[in-house]
Design a binder for this molecule. Structure first.
Ligand SMILES: Cc1ncc(COP(=O)(O)O)c(C=O)c1O
Length: 505
């Protein structure tokens, strides 16, 4: 009997995991990345491109035949990179950072390279256990009570998720189920969630997704005299009013480091109110949480023993390249009951953590290996040093702004975010003369100033409109930012200020 002819020549067989090729091509990619970082400082932070600039340059169909890594990288360099906003640029100050580091980047490579999925303990025991370890390590750095840690023995612990929106959504769902179990599913329209007018939209998004009526997502107004933190008395009044109206308060979100201003809610006092009315209390420490590893910032977490859950993005300020959001809970049982997914092939060990029950998706990334790499490679001392150096550069920048009587600081800096605007009348309360869009005159000028700074390509700032005020946010957070960049930024701001207010020079 003759053998059938082979449909293809095995010597030419496609092998997507050719390890010899991996070794060569990974070097090409690493060289590319290294060169990117070497030249980053000289690139305009924001691209000067028009909508559609990229789609017009790329073919309409994916290539039928394979292309070389060299060809692909050449296109990345010539077509993609010119259209990027360079988040890692030392001159990027617009948003809270997505802090990159060698250990974070290489940790991501390990995560992706090992490519395991630890949805149950069985599905990758070391992935699960390493995650248990790193969430406890960071809980220890933050001095969270033992009740939030696996090692605390009381049932508490943590999980690594992708982002804060996901973490908040999970806690909202757990809190909803907890209260509905008591009062009945048909009462969902009565549930009320509370936050402040400074809370990130993540709370609104999450609450809507779990079925809370829009009218029952209550943003309580904050005031300057309270440092734009949520006032416990205002919260109490809102809750009692809602109870009288027959509603069911069930969830409160506090923030450490609000997005617009970097404000901090008074956790202990809010925690007491939450306990009194049996609300699930979550802290969104997406940005400010990282700073709390330094003893001088830890007081912002005072009262954390009164909260049910707390989340923070390590990828924002803890040198842990996107993505990684830590979420800790004192009593994860409610979360697990809400999110547990059963199927024969998914059966867990029963005694160990099965992380599929702590998140939305089944599949999950091995983020723990990255965090373990970051913690070990830098040690707590260098992580603290990173935070402190950013804070001290921000403090210096704030001093320079304050010393110039054309500007005012709109909110005293707490972390490494400086909020400022022009104040041509030298008075903090100024703003009587209306400009366009209902903004005060100085705010209109401030927006113009920001536009000029940004379009220079030499720095990137963002702005916020609050009432009739427009102010600039300047975040110091890129891992590459040094004092000289901050000095250059200030010189640039002064130069552009001069160009819009020449008579005040
Ligand atoms: C205070 C705060 N909460 C939540 C978020 C949203 O985080 P994520 O993109 O991880 O969902 C941000 C983003 O900057 C933030 O500043």
């Amino acid at each position: 009997m003759g053998s059938l002819p082979s449909p293809h020549d095995p010597s030419n067989a496609f092998n997507p995991m050719d390890v010899a090729e991996l070794s060569i091509e990974s070097r090409l990619v690493m060289d590319f990345i290294t060169q990117y970082y070497q030249t980053l400082e000289t690139r305009p932070v924001q691209p000067r491109v028009k909508p559609g600039f990229l789609t017009g340059q790329l073919p309409e169909k994916a290539p039928f035949h394979a292309e070389s890594m060299e060809e692909i990288l050449s296109d990345v360099s010539e077509k993609i990179v010119p259209g990027l906003t360079h988040w890692q640029s030392p001159n990027f100050h617009a948003y809270f950072p997505a802090s990159s580091s060698n250990a974070g980047l290489l940790g991501e490579m390990l995560c992706s390279g090992l490519s395991v999925i630890g949805f149950t303990w069985n599905s990758s025991p070391a992935a699960t256990e390493l995650e248990n370890v790193v969430v406890d390590w960071l809980a220890d750095m933050l001095n969270l009570p033992p009740s939030f840690r696996f090692s605390g023995g009381g049932g508490g612990g943590g999980v690594l998720q992708s982002n804060t929106c996901e973490a908040v959504l999970c806690t909202l769902a757990a809190a909803r189920d907890k209260v509905l179990e008591r009062i009945g599913d048909d009462k969902i329209n009565k549930l009320v969630a509370y936050c402040s007018d400074q809370t990130h939209f993540t709370l609104h998004k999450g609450a809507k997704l779990i079925g809370i009526r829009r009218a029952n997502i209550k943003s309580i107004g904050t005031r300057r005299e309270n440092g734009f933190g949520l006032c416990p008395n205002d919260l109490r009044n809102a809750i009692t009013g809602d109870l009288e109206a027959g509603l069911v308060p069930f969830y409160l979100c506090g923030t450490i480091g609000t997005t617009a201003l970097g404000a901090v809610d008074p956790i202990k006092e809010l925690g007491k109110v939450a306990r009194e009315f049996d609300l699930w209390f979550h802290i969104d420490a997406a940005y400010g949480g990282s700073a709390c590893i330094c003893p001088e910032f830890r007081h912002y977490l005072d009262g954390v023993e009164l909260v049910d859950s707390i989340s923070m993005n390590a990828h924002k300020w803890l040198l842990s390249n996107l993505d990684c959001c830590f979420l800790w809970l004192q009593n994860p049982k409610c979360l697990i009951q809400c999110l547990a997914a059963e199927a024969e092939f998914l059966k867990g060990s029963g005694e160990m953590v099965d992380y599929k029950d702590w998140q939305i998706s089944l599949s999950r990334r091995f983020r723990a290996i990255k965090m373990w790499m970051v913690f070990r490679r830098y040690g707590v001392s260098n992580l603290m040093e990173h935070i402190r150096s950013d804070v001290s550069m921000a403090a210096r920048f704030e001093e320079m702004v304050s010393a110039d009587d054309r500007f005012e600081i709109v909110f005293p800096r707490k972390f490494a975010l400086v909020c400022f605007k022009l104040n041509t009348k030298g008075s903090v309360q100024h703003g009587e003369d209306d400009g366009e869009d209902g903004l005060d005159g100085d705010s209109v000028l401030t927006r113009e100033l920001m536009g000029r700074v940004n379009s220079s390509g030499k720095a990137y700032l963002s702005g916020v409109e609050m009432g009739r005020i427009f102010f600039i946010r300047c975040v110091i957070g890129s891992s590459l930012t040094e004092e000289r960049h901050v000095d250059n930024l200030w010189n640039l701001i002064q130069e552009k200020t001069q160009s819009i207010m020449p008579c005040r020079a």
